[in-house]
Design a protein around this ligand. Structure first.
Ligand code: LR7
Ligand code: MN
Length: 573
């Protein structure tokens, strides 16, 4: 593993092999424990082990159970906290600073108890304890953070301690990925002295969340590992339904339903089981959510039963520790953020496991609109991770991703170990995965054409500014040959699509709209001879306007060059 860290547990320093601190401060009972934490760990020269003063590891999660908050305290029961419109300049500055540092409303979070209550999001079906095995395995909970807000991090940890059966929690391992915010230093260590189950591991350099998770995993001892992001809140009964699935089959990897904690008000919005989504991905290798497919619904009597999911979002899941190791954990060549969720999803399915979303288990997550922390400069980290993923796991289907990035793979490092892992595990093919686990995914190879759609005699290509979001207007932009927003597919059924969005014309503008598969406004025919793109329901043709900066729809006339388009990789057969 890259990057060994040092473990810190509470505030008294013990038994580091090197640069050993004051032994006198160390209660004798604490010492063997810290050693055992390390027995199979390569000790980094920087490694320091710190243990708490005589804290006894028993099955209690909380030393002093907190007094319940009055129901009208801010944010109790997951209610929103709304700041006044009029704020003093000092308060306004504090609010703005909180947003800048965290990309969520830290000021509001700080007003809410770190032990706040949540509504119980479970269906009645879930509350029947007879559904769960009585002898569930323990889990260690690993929470990685890079510069997380104090109240948010603490609320994450307390939500685990306060709402899990104590006998099911081994340790809570907080992995500090080289944060520099002062409250995450000694203040954090001091705070958790009172909580014997909480251990802090600090990496010696910025690793990114993937290697930080691997570092945390080295300290895990329980049968199951549960990962959470550092801005989560576990709801009542979240853990038992997850562990139950693993207890029944150790190759089942499970995710809770991820409820939304609002980034502005910290309101906890939960989804009931009828609104459960499963994970997918697109050929840009971005994760996406989808309604539970019909074929999957048919397997169940109740919407509360666990459902198969082609992929996971990444941050919140439980996995049998040995199965995780067998799968080769994560690719440690993945940097900072992204792609690891698909890697784990693909190999879980391809190498003998199953991946499920468990509707009875609910954990909230603060979804934010931007990433508040620094990534690496000068490298496209996400692309590098995704290319590693594609090279190792996607067989010939990797080409569809490469088309999306202009066939420029860049330097993605050495992957020979990961290729060998896949061989050793004798995993199934990516085609098997697509056919059996994710048949809903549109395969670009099934398209009649794919790539850019270029207006003849101009250098203008069909382009959409921004995301593949519904109702984004489609226009033209100078052809850049790099895929991205200029990558389109013409499907056999006459859609011009990208991922799940289709070119749609309802009489006004040409826009992107979710593909519905019923032709109509999304039905296009490429007339190879005249190079026209004919629209089904209107009978018009797609053209570029006179100033060559907009799309128009007009009566078809093969003499107009403005109606002539070149479809890349058009297959006339
Ligand atoms: O360099 C870093 N080091 C870290 O330790 C960068 C991040 N981190 C930590 C960070 O503090 C946080 O706890 O890693 C965690 C994830 O980072 P976020 O919260 O900034 O990103 P995110 O919520 O968008 O992350 C989603 O996608 C990631 C892809 O690598 C991971 O899989 C995250 O775990 C994942 N989060 C979820 O799945 C929660 C639900 C979001 C959705 C959909
Ligand atoms: Mn997150």
């Amino acid at each position: 593993l890259a990057g060994d860290g040092f473990a810190i547990n509470g505030n008294a320093i013990v038994g580091a092999d090197r640069d050993a601190p004051q032994e006198a401060d160390v209660p004798p009972t604490a010492k063997p424990k810290s050693k055992s934490v390390h027995h199979n760990v390569v000790v980094h020269p920087e490694e320091k082990v710190v243990n708490k003063q005589g804290a006894k590891e028993d099955d209690k999660n909380v030393l002093d159970a907190p007094a319940p908050n009055p129901d009208d305290s801010p944010g109790e029961l997951g209610k929103p906290v709304v700041l006044p419109k009029q704020m003093s300049p000092e308060m306004k500055k504090a609010v703005d600073d909180g947003w800048t540092k965290n990309a969520f409303n830290q000021y509001v979070s700080d007003l809410i108890s770190v032990h706040r209550t949540l509504p119980d999001p479970r269906d009645a079906w879930c509350k029947d304890s007879a559904r769960y095995l009585s002898n569930l395995p323990k889990t260690d909970v690993i929470i990685c953070f890079h510069n997380e807000a104090w109240s948010v991090l603490l609320r994450t940890v307390h939500s685990v301690l306060d709402r899990s059966p104590p006998e099911l929690i081994g340790k809570i391992i907080l992995v500090d990925d080289y944060s520099d915010m002062p409250h995450l230093k000694k203040q954090l260590e001091d705070y958790f002295v009172a909580y014997p189950k909480v251990e802090i591991v600090r990496g010696p350099q910025r690793e990114g969340l993937i290697r930080a998770r691997l570092l945390g995993a080295k300290y895990a001892k329980s049968a199951v590992i549960t990962y959470l992001d550092s801005h989560c809140e576990c709801a009542e009964g979240w853990l038992e339904p997850l562990l139950d699935r693993i207890a029944r089959n150790s190759t089942t990897v499970v995710c809770p339903v991820i409820d939304v904690i609002d980034d502005t008000t910290l309101e906890f919005h939960y989804r009931d089981s009828s609104g459960v989504n499963v994970g997918g991905f697109d050929w840009n290798l971005q994760f996406s959510w989808h309604a539970v497919p019909e074929r999957e619904k048919k397997r169940h009597n109740s919407t509360s039963e666990p459902v198969y999911s082609p992929t996971m979002a990444g941050g919140l899941f439980s996995i049998d520790r040995e199965f995780f190791e067998r799968l080769g954990t994560y690719d440690s060549g993945f940097d900072i953020w992204g792609g690891e969720n698909l890697e784990l999803s693909f190999k879980t399915w391809m190498c003998g496991g199953t991946l499920e979303i468990v509707p009875c288990s609910h954990v909230g997550h603060i979804f934010r609109k931007r990433s508040p922390y620094k990534w690496r400069t000068g490298v496209n980290v996400l692309k590098k991770n995704s290319v590693r993923l594609a090279e190792v796991w996607m067989d010939d289907y990797s080409k569809y991703y490469y088309q999306r990035i202009g066939n420029d793979k860049g330097d993605y490092g050495d992957i020979s170990d990961r290729v060998k892992l896949r061989e050793d595990l004798e995993c199934k093919s990516f085609k098997w995965y697509l056919d059996n686990i994710y048949p809903e995914l549109f395969i670009p190879g099934d398209a009649v054409a794919n790539g850019e759609i270029k207006n003849i005699n101009t250098n203008m290509c069909l382009d959409v500014d921004g995301k593949n979001e519904d109702e984004s207007p489609v226009g033209v932009y100078g052809c850049h040959g790099q895929g991205g927003h200029q990558y389109w597919m013409l499907s056999k059924s006459g859609e011009i699509r990208r991922d799940t969005a289709c070119l749609d014309y309802a009489g006004k503008d040409v826009i992107l709209f979710g593909c519905h598969g019923s032709k109509g406004n999304q039905f296009w025919t490429y007339r190879e001879g005249t190079k026209q793109l004919h629209h089904g329901s209107s009978g018009k043709c797609l053209a570029i306007n006179e100033s060559k900066d907009k799309l128009i729809m007009e009566e078809c006339d093969p003499r107009f060059v403005r109606q002539q388009w070149l479809m890349e990789n058009y297959d006339s057969s």
